[in-house]
Design a protein around this ligand. Structure first.
Ligand code: XIL
Length: 367
């Protein structure tokens, strides 16, 4: 059991969570070193290269706050090779340069994803059933980033319950290659990145609804099968797209789930943390607090696990969130740590306090 100590005593319940109650009022505290300096845990966010290149404030902020940066689009197959054979690697390379010059890393996202496969490739795969069409993409994208990238999402969102074999999504990949495509993807990723951490990344694992517990069960079945067959997988990325309309997460269910993943010897990372708001008509302070509460409820559960390697937000500033504005009057969705002017919000303080509780800071480790 990879728990530092009793979970409840560290972080407490949802609303009384020390992560939250220790958080100072937004605006009254300036961050010192940024979240990247606080612990052994990797903190990161997703960004688009075009935003980082034009927005100096964003660039400085991500380099201060993050250990690891995830290209939001630039490594996806439909971005890199929307036309067969015409590779567009420049935006990812520009981002890699900025990040590695600052001594940081990129997290590679994502090698195999039904949603980011270009139309020409889907057609060719269904037509020819040739796995080399997929590995040709691996060959295009992995070697150029071998220095910048030390972890990859190898297979993204393979689970869909309610039909199909073992809760696996009935994607074109399943239709062309059967369930083995997942195993093949990890084996072929490992052949091209011998030292990187290789993750399976999935969404919908956190909620209290039966849909989510079924997804947790199907994910576990898949992970057990992969591990028992010696597939080179290092961990599970748990997408943290929280949605206040869906109600509180299932803390007990998620905790049991993470424990079982840990028991398989796998790491976890919270891979795409953000909060979709529900109530446009309440004061902004309450909105920000609701967002922070939801994040605290998740961190309560995952932080005590030693196999947690990092937390990545899906964006860092509301200005560039992929989530649509909440409403015309309420403006942008406020589900990221920083507002549209890069000012810290309660979600930031929740993250900071949570990271501080995790372990001694890296700098004091070194002393
Ligand atoms: C999203 C990006 O944020 C959008 O800009 C893009 O249009 C679609 O993809 N799960 C994932 C991410 O794994 O790659 C998705 O990113 C969000 C959901």
């Amino acid at each position: 059991m990879n728990i530092h100590t009793d979970r409840r005593s560290i972080l407490g319940g949802l609303l009384a969570s020390p992560v939250l109650s220790m958080a100072p009022t937004a605006g009254k505290q300036k961050s010192r070193g940024g979240l990247s300096t606080l612990t052994d845990l990797d903190f990161g966010c997703a960004v688009q290269a075009r935003h980082v290149l034009v927005d100096q404030g964003l660039r400085e902020t991500i380099l201060k706050e993050c250990d690891t940066i995830t290209p939001e689009l630039e490594l996806k197959w439909d971005f890199v090779e929307s036309d067969k054979g015409q590779l567009n690697l420049a935006p990812a390379q520009q981002l890699a340069q900025i990040v590695t010059d600052a001594g940081k890393k990129l997290h590679g996202h994502a090698l195999v994803w039904h949603k980011s496969t270009p139309a020409w490739a889907i057609e060719a795969i269904l037509d020819q059933r040739e796995w080399s069409i997929v590995t040709n993409f691996f060959d295009a994208i992995m070697p150029p980033f071998s220095k910048a990238i030390d972890s990859w999402d190898v297979v993204n969102e393979p689970i869909e319950t309610g039909h199909g074999e073992d809760g696996l999504r009935n994607s074109f990949l399943m239709r062309a290659f059967g369930a083995d495509y997942i195993e093949r993807a990890f084996v072929d990723a490992r052949a091209r990145a011998s030292r990187a951490d290789l993750y399976l990344n999935e969404f919908g694992l956190l909620d209290a609804q039966s849909y989510s517990s079924a997804k947790r069960a199907a994910t576990l079945r898949l992970l057990e099968r992969l591990v028992s067959r010696g597939v080179p997988i290092d961990g599970l990325g748990i997408q943290g797209h929280l949605d206040l309309k869906r109600g509180p997460i299932d803390q007990q269910g998620v905790s049991n789930f993470v424990q079982k993943v840990a028991d398989l010897g796998l790491k976890i990372r919270i891979s795409e943390l953000d909060v979709r708001e529900a109530s446009p008509d309440i004061p902004q302070t309450n909105r920000d607090q609701e967002v922070a509460n939801a994040v605290a409820a998740l961190l309560d559960v995952v932080l005590p696990f030693d196999n947690l390697t990092g937390i990545t937000c899906w964006g860092i500033s509301d200005r560039y969130s992929w989530l649509p504005p909440l409403s015309i009057t309420a403006g942008l969705n406020r589900g990221l740590p920083l507002d549209s002017d890069l000012r810290q919000k309660p979600m930031y303080w929740v993250l900071e306090n949570a990271l501080r509780q995790r372990k001694p800071s890296k700098s004091s480790d070194r002393v």
